[in-house]
Design a binder for this molecule. Structure first.
Ligand code: FES
Length: 154
């Protein structure tokens, strides 16, 4: 079986896996990185959203072979410090606005928001809603997500 190496949250990792295995399987089942959640498995819910070379992507529809040599960041790698113990400003805004309810979709929501704010540091409400429209939250935390993004953008 082929071996693929990539950078995961700042560290080089190598995995032996079929070329077409979804990266989400590799992250959760092989590397035990469980921040990216399995929601739909077909790229439509956003629960698994992480960053590939700084851009939001969906590991459930990304074959592991395609990330070889690239940088993958999950929610675990978003903060600073050795263990990610210093929260990213967007994570802090999520706490300040008490966003999470069941919490399942929130890692994906935050990773989408971080990538969005990097491109749009001072977004309008309409731009926030458009950017977040493909991340589903069954608890309906959308208003608090919007407020947290506005807070992080201040
Ligand atoms: Fe990846 Fe739904 S689990 S988008």
């Amino acid at each position: 079986m082929p071996v693929y190496s990539f950078t995961l949250n700042g560290k080089t990792v190598s995995v032996e896996a079929p070329a077409d295995m979804p990266l989400l399987w590799v992250l959760r089942d092989m590397l035990r990185v469980t921040g990216p959640k399995y929601g739909c498995g077909v790229g439509v819910c956003g629960a698994c959203t992480s960053h590939l070379d700084g851009n939001a992507f969906r590991p459930c529809i990304q074959p592991v072979s395609g990330v070889a040599g690239h940088q993958v960041t999950t929610i675990e790698g978003l903060g600073e410090g050795l263990g990610g113990e210093t929260l990213h400003p967007v994570q802090q805004a999520w706490i300040d606005e008490d966003v999470a309810q069941c919490g399942f979709c929130q890692p994906g929501q935050i990773m989408t928001a971080v990538a969005f704010l990097q491109q749009n540091p001072h977004p309008t409400v309409e731009a926030i809603d458009a950017a977040m429209s493909e991340n589903v939250c069954r608890c309906g935390t959308y208003c608090r997500i919007r407020k947290a993004i506005q807070r992080a953008a201040r």
